[in-house]
Write a protein that binds this ligand. Structure first.
Ligand code: GDP
Ligand code: MG
Length: 184
């Protein structure tokens, strides 16, 4: 085992995943829905914890993801490089009812490129799918930017749980595949 294989301990894997996107798009609630099956109707500037660890099984192996939440740093456009350090996966989240949050996606992708490796597994997440009646961004628009930037794409609802597990697990699986390919 070489020193670049730090994330591998026997048949266990631990990957760092970051959640990024504008304020109030639902990042913290997506994470609490995924990790604890909880949703909060109120936005919290600070959630008090930096990350949640969640396990899933792939090919009979335990794969753990340490998923980081910005804990409100993005409100001040001050997501630090420490936040991105060592990340091998990212969820880039916007709110399907707010165009400004979609317009920011490119800025978040640029920031991600600046602070991390080009092999980071990425998914574009259009959240608040339950608010379909006030949707401002069509799924086609989301798909199109995801395709041009080489990201997976999914629409989710942290409120009613739609596709939340799928979004996180798509990224975690892709990271796992990247690592397997690298180690062939
Ligand atoms: P963050 O700033 O990106 O971490 O966003 P939060 O998770 O704090 O959520 C911001 C607000 O949007 C809160 O009032 C949440 O209750 C609400 N919210 C988050 N996800 C959803 C969702 O899927 N549907 C709806 N309707 N509201 C949501
Ligand atoms: Mg938050």
């Amino acid at each position: 085992m070489s020193s670049s294989d730090d994330e591998l301990t026997g048949e266990e894997y631990l990957f760092k995943v970051v959640v990024i996107g504008d304020s109030a798009v639902g990042k913290s609630n997506l994470l609490s829905r995924y990790a604890r099956n909880e949703f909060s109707p109120h936005s919290k500037a600070t959630i008090g914890v930096e990350f949640q660890t969640q396990s899933m099984e792939i090919d009979g192996k335990e794969v753990k993801a340490q998923i980081w939440d910005t804990a409100g740093q993005e409100r001040f456009r001050a997501v630090t490089s420490a936040y991105y350090r060592g990340a091998v996966g990212a969820l880039v989240v916007y709110d399907i009812t707010r165009r400004t949050t979609f317009d920011s996606v490119n800025r978040w992708l640029d920031e991600l490129k600046t602070h991390s490796d080009s092999t980071v597994a990425k998914i574009l997440v259009g959240n608040k799918w339950d608010l379909e009646h006030i949707r401002a961004i069509s799924p086609e628009e989301g798909k199109s930017i995801a395709e041009s930037e080489g990201l997976f794409f999914i629409e989710t609802s942290a409120l009613d749980s739609t596709n939340v597990q799928e979004a996180f697990e798509l990224v975690i699986r892709e990271i796992y595949n990247n690592v397997r390919r690298k180690n062939l």
